[in-house]
Design a binder for this molecule. Structure first.
Ligand SMILES: C[S@@+](CC[C@H](N)C(=O)[O-])C[C@H]1O[C@@H](n2cnc3c(N)ncnc32)[C@H](O)[C@@H]1O
Length: 194
């Protein structure tokens, strides 16, 4: 599958559910294939976390990338109704938890891939999210283009999160001017300079 190909049916179904529900915050066609590519690199026995299930577009891309291998995918959604609907609809590889990530994350352990795509765990509680990435693991942040935000408060929040990840010496960071602004960060296996 490449970015020019049509999305897998599970992704198209997630976008259909979002349209029916009037949900406008689904992952776009830039970050989605990237999630699949990164999920494909998670080792067998590994773990993936999505923060913010929404209507399941990101979850469907993650499951597509894992492609039936032994990789656990957990997606956390604080809206109980949305969590119930998405849980029933996303690929079986994804376990949807109805919870606030701030409360759930301390009990979830660590992950090889974390897609932080909700207010909780990104705009708030970001330190906890960074801690949940295993050494060698990758963190994906979407909607990081500061210029997209009209309110000063939002711009300050995004700038603070960017600053936090840039300053965190445990991570190697790439800022991509793609889609709505994507940040990729790998948690180093060793923090010794080479
Ligand atoms: C941008 S949407 C997620 C889109 C989805 N990841 C995708 O790829 O299509 C953000 C979602 O995060 C949920 N959310 C917001 N704060 C949360 C929190 N503290 N814990 C869990 N979910 C949260 C919202 O209810 C919303 O459904």
């Amino acid at each position: 599958m490449n970015a020019a190909a049509p999305p897998p049916p599970s992704v198209a179904e997630a976008h259909d559910r979002a349209r029916r529900r009037g949900f406008v915050a689904s992952s776009d066609s830039v970050v989605g294939p990237l999630l699949a590519v990164l999920a494909g690199a998670v080792p067998d026995g590994g773990r993936v976390l999505e923060i913010g299930t929404g209507c399941g577009a990101g979850a469907a891309w993650l499951a597509h990338g894992v492609a039936g291998r032994d990789v656990q995918i957990i997606s956390v959604e604080q809206d109980a109704d949305l969590a119930r609907e998405s849980s029933a609809a996303v690929p079986d590889a994804v376990e949807v938890l109805a919870a606030d990530i701030g409360e759930a994350l301390p009990g979830l352990g660590s992950f090889d891939l974390v897609f932080a795509d909700a207010e909780g765990g990104k705009w708030t509680g970001f330190a906890q999210t960074r801690d949940a990435v295993r050494p060698g693991g990758v963190l994906v942040l979407d909607d990081m283009d500061v210029s997209r935000y009209t309110s000063d408060e939002h711009r300050r929040t995004v700038a603070r999160v960017l600053d936090d990840i840039r300053q965190d010496q445990r991570f190697l960071v790439a800022e991509l001017a793609a889609g709505s602004g994507i940040v990729l960060a790998t948690r180093l296996r060793s923090t010794e300079a080479v």
